[in-house]
Write a protein that binds this ligand. Sequence first.
Ligand SMILES: NC(=O)c1ccc[n+]([C@@H]2O[C@H](COP(=O)([O-])OP(=O)(O)OC[C@H]3O[C@@H](n4cnc5c(N)ncnc54)[C@H](O)[C@@H]3O)[C@@H](O)[C@H]2O)c1
Length: 385
Amino acid sequence: MRIAIVGCGFVADYYMTTLVNHANLVLVGVFDRSEERARVFCEFHRVPRFASLDELLAVPDLDMVLNLTNPASHYVVSKAALEAGKHVWSEKPLALDLGDAEDLVATARQRGLRIASAPATVLGDSAMAMRRAIGEGAIGRVRLAYAEMEDSMVFREDHRKWRSRSGAPWPAEDEFATGSTLEHAGYYLTWLCGFFGPVEEMTAFAARLFDEKNTGQAPSELANDFSVTCLRFRSGAVARLTCGLAAPVDRSLHVIGDEGILSISDGWNNRSPVFLRDKHGHATSRLPKLGKVLAVTERHLPFRQWMGRRLALPKQKAETPPYASRIDFMRGPGAMAEAISDGRPPLIDADFSLHVTELSLVAQNADHYAMPYRPRSTFTHSASV
Ligand SMILES: NC(=O)c1ccc[n+]([C@@H]2O[C@H](COP(=O)([O-])OP(=O)(O)OC[C@H]3O[C@@H](n4cnc5c(N)ncnc54)[C@H](O)[C@@H]3O)[C@@H](O)[C@H]2O)c1
């Protein structure tokens, strides 16, 4: 499938790093509204550059546009791509306004096109292993999940020096204006919705804890930087997701069932080890004594460990960026392209992406909604993968 990238900033380099994992994708060229950024990016990656979005969209055998622009541009770029007859993979969120996101999904449907949105972490090796284990009943009936997306006080770090491979600066102002929940909630909402299906009702709390982000932005330009969201899924499971820029980095996930617990320590690592413990949180082991020794030792440790039986991950390792985000970013577009070629719906489709977008928007701006909130979007969930 022939793809083109719009937006050649920080994340576009992550997509370029992981393009090698997906032989079914052929990059025909890129466009950025910043001529200078596009020039540097194209020289670094040795890829063709389009002079305008119209020129890119006019390529007749271009199948899919990867919209890697800033969130404020997502709607306009995706809409133009759909109107030009191209499938769209968009970075998160689908749009900053729920009505706009719905319009994109409706436009795609009317034209027989696919649109979906990142993150695709639910397609990662650890997520798929967890999803299979849950589906096969490894932990019995799931009651609860605890998901953390704590990113620490990044605004107090030396982020002005952070550069992507081709030299794009980390877009601090945009990140802090968009908000840490909108930026990060999707990483685990995709897992939770992938595991448990659509959300029936949610109650979220959000606040801005820091009015100063060392970017010169006025407080009114800064989004909430902390949220806690409780979700009740139609299937009966309940989850609590925390996102923020205050507490130290924690990207763990625990899924608690009647018969056992599944845990990982880093949802941004495509191959974060997945551990299965018994329902009390003790390591299950072929050597039962080892589990008991670990449980006793833990009482004397200043931290909890969640070592258990390690689930098998695929042998083949995908290329990922050598940073905190060890994610196969191209896996989303790759899977979507495969599904389109096979004539079947992709696992991450328009309705799924719209639902995750709605949950993320409400969690980010929880102080603007009456709680509990019942999402108006939904999707058809398939337990099997
Ligand atoms: N920075 C990260 O670590 C990261 C990680 C995962 C996902 N994301 C997501 O990726 C998206 C882009 O983030 P980024 O960090 O790459 O931002 P960025 O500012 O580094 O890059 C965005 C690029 O898009 C271009 N652009 C904006 N509007 C455009 C338009 N209308 N037409 C053409 N080009 C346009 C900008 O000129 C810029 O070069 C966001 O949705 C963000 O949430 C970022």
